[in-house]
Design a protein around this ligand. Structure first.
Ligand code: GLN
Length: 550
């Protein structure tokens, strides 16, 4: 079912942040797909950064990289995982990018001497982004970052208000995600925060069409009626969104509450009487009732910040589902391994691990600890997966120990006699050479996005993938120095995946070890609940074998 021009769903958030607007948008998108519609999801982020690339994942969550090389908000990861629709650069727009475009036009003289203002110039530009780069989608779901009431969000809210008038209200739906908290002391659910949030939204000129209410228990009829009355919607438009055990349960929860039907009815579109959600149910069941469990030690700079490693955690969940096991991630602060006599607890975490994972990272903090964890996994024959920085450190570790290159290091951490890993100064991108030098800007200057990787036949990597060419997403500045390839190979480390021109090393595997891999790319960005990434499923399979050994 496709239509000449799409319908737009704008998703705003009220009361508090972290209500999960991104997940709501993703789950609703998946439900609409189950009815046979084509969807597109995008996010408007009110912050001033031009993109998420320069933002700390420890403050803002992971930087999600799209195939076309955009560094985006982590919500785009939810969108891709839930809908399988590949996100693009045009699907994440920040205030910074909007202003960048407006100011470039001003400098060019495009405004013909006019005064450049938030309304109409900034709002027009936001609307341009909302409507740009669509194909034959039936629905474009647009999430507005932040919470209603934030100063930064105002131009975006004004823009979506105008958009509704221009496109016509029959083609635009405003959905407001809010919180209906339960107050223990009085034993009641409270509607006032939602009333205030909707009042704020109406003050801007937006009357929400649907209220999606996060709650930890069902909302009684009386409270729904109250919400409807005060928020100027009919009671059927107040939809409870009860807390879920796993995010993959959300589409089914929305279905149960009839959110999909309400959306389709609003637009006067037909829906399937029983959209097929079986695969979602199967994933939820596998997560709820695993047949066993494996421990994966995740060795990072800061740990416990789940959002900083969102896609990675989800990729582990997906491969756990594939094997019907639960994957328990045990966070291990790399610095704890750096002391002369590492804390017993840190060592115990490694000893109980059925697999060790060193994820991507930047800077030199915790490097020695990460290398110790790698040495532990290598010498004790515990499955090891190194991602990006985790590959680079594994190569350095193997170089120092097995290849006897004592001074091996990465120039990211300072000059060294044997730069096994060094700054990448040029590489091929879509047939042209990209060059970088050490003093370049930090934003958007890495090797970013999807690149092909050619896999050597007869290697374990080719067995795992079952393919001789794959496409994986990247986000890095440093690379393995090919000058050391022969010495590393003699030591047992083979580069089984390379860029098509053979210049950049993408996959390393160690012989004589049950499962030891490093990858320069981020496989977690391509893992989906219904299509777990082969590297992760193979890693978890090795961890299951390890569990039986311990
Ligand atoms: N800091 C390393 C680099 O820039 C690794 C990056 C990463 O792990 N994403 O190459």
């Amino acid at each position: 079912m496709s239509s000449a021009s799409p319908r737009y769903l704008f998703i705003t958030g009220g009361v508090v942040s972290s209500l999960g607007k991104g997940l709501s948008a993703a789950a609703l998108g998946a439900l609409l797909q189950a009815h046979g519609y084509r969807v597109r999801l995008r996010k408007l982020d009110p912050y001033l950064n031009v993109d998420a690339g320069t933002m700390s994942p420890y403050q803002h969550g992971e930087v999600y990289v799209t195939d076309d090389g955009a560094e985006t908000d982590l919500d785009l990861g939810h969108y891709e995982r839930f809908t399988g629709v590949e996100a693009r650069q045009s699907d994440n727009v920040t205030s910074g990018r909007v202003y960048e475009r407006v100011l470039a036009r001003e400098r060019r003289g495009d405004y013909l001497g006019g005064t450049v203002q938030v309304i109409p110039h900034v709002t027009d530009t936001i609307k341009e982004f909302i409507g740009a780069d669509t194909e034959d989608e039936d629905f474009v779901l647009v999430e507005i970052g932040g919470t209603v009431g934030d100063i930064e969000g105002l131009p975006f809210l004004e823009a979506i208000r105008q958009f509704g008038n221009e496109v016509g209200r029959s083609r635009v739906l405003y959905l407001h995600l809010t919180l209906v908290p339960y107050l223990e002391a009085v034993g009641e659910q409270k509607t006032k925060p939602t009333q205030h949030s909707v009042k704020e939204l109406r003050g801007i000129g937006i009357q929400p069409d649907l209220l999606l209410c996060r709650c930890d228990r069902p909302i009684p009829e009386s409270e729904r009626a109250k919400l409807a009355l005060f928020c100027n919607v009919d009671p059927g438009s107040v939809v409870p969104a009860i807390d879920a055990d796993t995010v993959y349960e959300v589409p089914a929860i929305y279905r149960r509450e009839g959110l999909d039907t309400k959306v389709l009815d609003y637009f006067g579109l037909p829906g399937k009487p029983a959209p097929d959600l079986d695969r979602w149910h199967r994933v939820v069941e596998a997560i709820r009732l695993p047949a066993g469990e494996v421990n994966i030690a995740m060795v990072g700079k800061y740990t416990g910040l789940q959002d900083a490693y969102k896609s990675l955690i989800e990729a582990l969940v997906h491969s756990g589902v594939a094997h019907q096991v639960g994957v328990r991630v045990q966070w291990l602060d790399a610095e704890l391994l750096e002391q002369d006599d590492p804390a017993g607890e840190a060592i115990a975490t490694l000893q109980q691990a059925h697999g060790v994972l060193v994820p991507g990272g930047f800077g030199d903090r915790g490097i020695t600890g990460k290398m110790r964890a790698i040495e532990f996994a290598r010498t004790r024959k515990v499955p090891y997966l190194g991602i990006c920085l985790g590959l680079q450190l594994a190569v350095v570790e193997v170089a120092r120990t097995l290849a006897g290159i004592r001074e091996a290091g990465s120039t990211e951490f300072g000059a060294c006699a044997d730069p096994i890993v060094g700054l990448m100064t040029e590489w091929l991108h879509a047939g042209t050479v990209e060059t970088r030098s050490p003093g370049d800007n930090l934003g958007g200057t890495m090797r970013l996005g999807g690149y092909d990787c050619v896999i050597d036949p007869g290697t374990r990597a080719s067995e795992i993938y079952g393919l001789d060419r794959v496409r994986e997403r990247h986000r890095h500045r440093y690379e393995v120095n090919p000058a050391y390839e022969d010495r590393l190979r003699e030591a047992g480390l083979r580069f089984s995946g390379k860029s098509p021109d053979g210049a950049l090393f993408e996959i390393a595997e160690l012989s004589g070890h049950p499962w030891f891999f490093g990858v320069q790319f981020h496989p977690e960005l391509r893992s989906r609940p219904f299509a777990p990434h082969p590297l992760f499923t193979s890693f978890i399979e090795a961890a299951i074998r390890q569990e039986r050994l311990i």
